[in-house]
Design a protein around this ligand. Structure first.
Ligand code: APR
Length: 242
């Protein structure tokens, strides 16, 4: 087939996958989990973020997420979230986030995949597990159309991560991988970076990077806060062009 030259506007965009964690939203005032004064310092994970916890004390679990939902509604995207939107000018981006906030969407990112669910959604606790947008507090007795109790639309510890295969496939196609603000301690999310093809540049933006230079990883550490390091990285990538 003769070579088809694509016009400038049709030029195939290189693919960037961005894996984000709680550090991405720290500069928006939302607590991380494992830093000092993190969310897990005040709570027992299994009490507030597991199916067992919800069964034994649903009020405590609902209150934990009500408080986080209220805080999210007071928060705004930071310069890091906004910079990732700018990337879309020259690259085909996919954001795979462990975060349950909607700050990437509010900043304007087009393709966001929530591995661990979404704080502003709830779902029925019985088939067909309908999902609803939800911004108010959620209480026992709040039920779906079929009369079943609603729960946060969050992937709790011990539950399946249904979007993992999709996230792995997206990451395997990346020309560039950016990781922002995650301790890489929770699996299977933390395994995603190993789905990237060998040699793909991996940029890690985190003041306390969870990865060290490793043979076989084309790793670039940026030990900065997301709201500073991500805009800098984005302008560098945009200047490089495709
Ligand atoms: N900018 C960038 N990174 C930051 C910032 C910041 N301002 N502040 C903290 N960090 C980094 C920390 O250095 C750490 O590496 O963010 C990371 C936060 O790690 P965690 O608190 O463990 O959050 P995360 O990795 O997203 O947790 C993964 O664990 O509890 C579960 O489901 C929960 O999605 C969560 C998952």
């Amino acid at each position: 087939m003769k070579n088809v030259s694509l016009g400038e506007s049709q030029k195939v965009k290189r693919k960037i996958t961005i894996l984000t964690g709680a550090g991405m939203s720290a500069d928006s005032g939302l607590k991380t989990f494992r830093d000092a004064d993190g969310l897990w310092e005040g709570h027992d994970v299994m009490e507030v973020a597991s199916p067992q916890g919800f069964r034994s004390n649903p009020e405590l679990v609902l209150q934990f997420y009500n408080e986080r939902r209220r805080q999210l509604l007071q928060a705004s995207p930071n310069a890091g979230h906004r910079a990732l939107v700018d990337l879309e000018k020259k690259f085909h981006t996919h954001i795979i986030t462990q975060n349950v906030d909607d700050l990437h969407e509010r900043a304007g990112s087009s393709r966001v995949l929530h591995l661990h669910g979404e704080l502003l959604k709830v779902r029925s606790t019985a088939p067909p597990f309908s999902v609803y947008h939800w911004e108010k507090d959620l209480y026992l007795g709040d039920v779906c159309e079929a009369g079943n109790q609603l729960r946060p639309h969050i992937v709790w510890f011990g539950e399946e991560v249904p979007l993992l295969p999709r996230a792995a496939s997206i990451t395997s196609e990346a020309d560039i991988l950016i990781i922002v603000g995650t301790s890489l301690q929770v699996y299977p999310a933390a395994s995603l970076l190993y789905y990237a093809e060998e040699g793909v540049p991996i940029y890690l933006v985190d003041p306390r990077p969870a990865l060290a230079p490793t043979p076989g990883l084309n790793l670039h550490l940026i030990p900065r806060k997301a709201s500073e390091g991500v805009p800098e990285l984005v302008s560098q990538l945009l200047d490089q062009g495709n």
